[in-house]
Write a protein that binds this ligand. Structure first.
Ligand SMILES: [Zn+2]
Ligand SMILES: [Zn+2]
Length: 291
């Protein structure tokens, strides 16, 4: 349930080239305005499952885009059923027809599959353990072309047409037959980034093996350890379970959230979780994580 300070689930992954929306709980569009998210740049929306706290913000957001005269298509990735909900809502609510194409992409949340790819990221599903079919998402950055060292290119007088090959990793053959190794002409690439978004789920051991070495893991932590039985019963995790997944995955950072509305004070989450995984941070509305 939302509280005045904690709205329901939604996150944005902003890569400066693209803005992806992950889940769209009630009030997401308001929160995006509160926190200066580049909301009109969003093109892809990824929905984990069809519980209202993860998608009830969609009709409002789509309507606002329509009112703003949006033309750019919107692609929504979700488990089966969402298209019917959204279509029915717009049909029966006698809203205006959306002025932009709305494309639904249905995935099977029980399978690990690549559901989206552009020139920056590959997005695949992470089957989760919840009361309804649910998948998390793994964003894996694709290899980028190498950065060339301009001074070296000038020093060797390398012709322009050879640059794309060098950026792709090739050595360079000088006119005198000498080979200049690629490492002398390019800077080592930055490590490729990985982000995993995992909510809602009970403790799932296989999850850790699918997200090995992830830079940032967002994992739900609905309950404290005391409520472990309730967590198992409702398909949610305790903070210790979230921390155990981060540890087993070798995550660089863990952000938790999706706290039950029964908890007003969250310090106990920090204390319990950090005993297992010290690089744990409490997620909060408006939090920005740079990585
Ligand atoms: Zn749920
Ligand atoms: Zn939820």
């Amino acid at each position: 349930m939302p509280t005045p300070l904690r709205y329901t689930s939604a996150q944005v992954l902003d890569t400066s080239r693209q803005v992806y929306l992950l889940d769209c709980g009630e009030g997401t569009q308001v929160r995006m305005q509160n926190f200066q998210v580049r909301m009109h740049a969003i093109r892809q929306i990824f929905i984990t499952h069809l519980h209202g706290d993860h998608f009830f913000g969609l009709p409002g957001l789509l309507t606002s885009w329509a009112l703003a005269g949006r033309q750019k298509p919107v692609d929504i990735f979700s488990p089966p059923g969402l298209e019917e909900i959204i279509d029915t809502t717009f049909r029966l609510a006698s809203s205006h027809e959306l002025p932009f194409p709305l494309n639904f992409h249905v995935f099977d949340p029980d399978q690990r599959v690549v559901i989206f790819e552009d020139d920056t990221f590959i997005v695949s599903t992470l089957p989760l353990l919840h009361r309804v079919p649910t998948a998390g998402f793994l964003f894996e950055e694709k290899p980028r072309p190498k950065n060339i060292i301009a001074d070296q290119i000038a020093a060797y007088q390398i012709p322009f047409e050879d640059i794309p090959g060098i950026k792709a990793g090739a050595d360079w053959q000088a006119p005198d037959g000498k080979t200049i190794p690629n490492e002398a002409l390019t800077l080592p690439p930055e490590p490729l980034k990985k982000f995993a978004y995992c909510t809602d789920t009970a403790y799932s051991e296989s999850l850790a093996s699918w997200i090995q070495g992830v830079d940032v893991l967002y994992h739900e932590a609905t309950f404290l350890e005391q409520e472990w039985a309730r967590a198992a019963e409702t398909g949610h995790s305790t903070v210790r379970q979230a921390a155990a997944i981060a540890l087993a995955a070798g995550a660089k950072k863990l952000i938790i959230g999706h706290y039950s509305s029964r908890y007003r004070d969250l310090w106990a989450f920090l204390a319990e979780g950090r005993e297992i995984f010290p690089r744990l941070e409490l997620g909060y509305d408006g939090m920005q994580v740079h990585f």
